[in-house]
Write a protein that binds this ligand. Structure first.
Ligand code: KIV
Ligand code: ZN
Length: 528
């Protein structure tokens, strides 16, 4: 590790597209996707390993927790540029630099809303805004030689003013100019025209990388990003599973696979190891508690499923009949070999590796114990069961304040049902008995009795992981705590146990958030 930051290598190939992942910043901003410190580190490590060029690790001024996460990610990153977000004021920018400067390749990303609606909020005239941009980008450049600047709501900003602000940022030293479609309003042709116009009209445009940052409100985020690339953008901002505010951001897996599969008409390359895509998708889904829609492009459960007779017949003769990409290319295993209670540790290690989980010996030992417990309850353990098992360890492996020790629920045709529960609270075991209208209600009442807390249960959802009466259930829970959403997910062959564990995953996030005293920072708020 050197003291001097190492600049990101300049892409020698003019058709190389940089992948900028903002799952940990824009993705985490989506209501309910709050992630713990350890979860952020795990995601960042995977993004780095899979070849993401720039990781936007967070918004350091937002809270002490955000700052610490960005700093820890910066310290651990190997190849990726680590970027933090900052509003257009020196305090934000200094705080951002404090967090990212530990990276081998740091970047400051500063932004301001430039459309008329945003200028109304900040009460800046056009001239004052241009001045502000020049001053803040110069300040960022004094700290860091890799500075990205974004005019938020660019696609609804007057074109001549957009040229003025982009020119100001370039003249102040910005190295990447990102053009956000903040509200998912643009369409592919307009997205391309905008990038082409800026590259043509703005002095100094040839010196910087243009980036595209699209939201998916009208379902066009992927198309808009690809159109921008065709017009000369060379950085795509995206998130795993398209996570992000409202309808989300451009999905990393979609743009990367589109560029790979249709290289014939879009001759651009990325540095992504596409075989890690499924692993990233599963991890982000487990951590955020946002299930992936079954028919989601590339990573949905049905993306490679062929149910109808005609399709199955064609697939058996030649897989290319109905498949434009190979499942292995995104890290899906070709086989779904069944494991059982006689399967050994080596077989489990091999199977998990195939599924994208490379475990250290102590992690494997822990996974093996849990696998055996599952195999005792369930005759056949499928790939999906193992993924659920691994996701469960992700959810519960951290220093949780509240841990489930024992649960017994007495059910019958007559209400109420009774739950006997023991929890370890900061390491101290406490037990209670509570009743409720059904086993899940009784279980949640027992948690409330042991850990008094004020939350509203926003969502409670159960999915069967595989088929059969011994199938595991994955339960997703969303809790609203003072207007902030926290999610939890867990799997077990017993639906009530999965429910209790999922509730506790979410509750632990609430408690950790409260302990860290994280105030919400409004990214649209005033610039100074
Ligand atoms: O959507 C947006 O405008 C953003 C900016 C902060 C880049 O996320
Ligand atoms: Zn955004």
């Amino acid at each position: 590790m050197t003291d001097e930051p190492i600049p990101a290598p300049a892409a020698a190939d003019p058709n190389r597209v940089l992948i900028f992942d903002t799952t940990l910043r824009d993705g985490e901003q989506s209501p309910g996707a709050t992630m713990t410190h350890e979860e952020k580190l795990e995601i960042a490590q995977l993004l780095d390993e899979m070849g993401v060029d720039i990781i936007e690790a967070g918004f350091p001024i937002a809270s002490e927790g955000d700052f610490e996460a960005v700093k820890a990610i910066a310290e651990r990153a190997r190849e990726a540029v680590i970027c933090g977000l900052a509003r257009a004021n020196p305090t934000d920018i200094d705080r951002c630099w404090e967090a990212v400067r530990h990276a081998r390749r740091p970047r400051i990303h500063t932004f301001i809303g430039t459309s008329p609606l945003h200028r109304d909020i900040t009460r800046l005239t056009q001239d004052a805004m241009v001045e502000r941009i020049h001053a803040t980008v110069s300040h960022a450049r004094d700290l860091c030689d890799n500075v990205q600047w974004s005019p938020m709501d660019a696609t609804r900003t007057e074109r001549d003013f957009l040229c003025r602000v982009v020119a100001a940022a370039i003249s102040a030293g910005a190295t990447t100019i990102n053009i956000p479609d903040t509200v998912g309003y643009t369409a592919p042709r307009e997205s391309a025209d905008l990038i082409a116009m800026l590259r043509r009209e703005v002095p100094g445009a040839e010196e910087v990388v243009f980036a595209t940052h699209c939201h998916n409100d009208l379902g066009m985020a992927t198309a808009n990003a690809l159109a921008a690339v065709e017009a000369g953008a060379r950085q795509i901002e995206c998130t795993i599973n398209g996570l992000g505010e409202r309808a989300g951001n451009t999905a990393l897996e979609e743009v990367v696979m589109a560029l790979k599969v249709r290289h014939d008409i879009m001759p651009y390359t990325t540095g992504i190891d596409t075989r890690r895509i499924m692993q990233a998708s599963r991890l982000v889904s487990a951590v955020s508690g946002f299930p992936v829609q079954y028919n989601k492009a590339v990573v949905g459960k049905n993306a490679f499923a062929h149910e109808s007779g005609i399709h199955q017949d064609g697939m058996l003769k030649n897989a290319e009949t109905f498949e434009i990409m190979r499942p292995e290319d995104i890290g899906l295993t070709a086989t779904n070999l069944v494991m059982g209670k006689h399967s050994g540790r080596a077989a489990l290690r091999a199977k998990l590796k195939e599924l994208g989980y490379e475990l250290a010996d102590n992690q494997l030992a822990d996974a093996f114990v849990r696998f055996k417990a599952l195999a005792d309850r369930k005759k056949e353990v499928y790939d999906e069961d193992l993924v659920a098992l691994m996701q469960d360890s992700t959810a519960g492996a951290h220093q949780d304040l509240v841990v489930l020790k024992h649960l017994r629920v007495i059910c019958g045709t007559e209400s109420p049902q009774t739950a006997e529960m023991t929890l370890a609270l900061d390491g101290v075991e406490q037990a209670t008995t509570a009743t409720g209208d059904g086993p899940v209600d009784a279980t949640f009442a027992a948690v409330k009795a042991l850990v008094p807390h004020e939350v509203r249960l926003e969502l409670y959802q159960v999915h069967a992981v595989t088929e059969g009466t011994d199938a595991q259930a994955t339960v997703s829970v969303r809790l609203d705590s003072g207007g902030r959403i926290f999610t939890g997910q867990s799997a077990d062959t017993d639906t009530v146990v999965a429910s209790a564990k999922a509730y506790l995953v979410a509750l632990n996030k609430v408690l950790a958030f409260e302990r860290a005293g994280r105030p919400a920072t409004d990214i649209t708020a005033a610039v100074s």
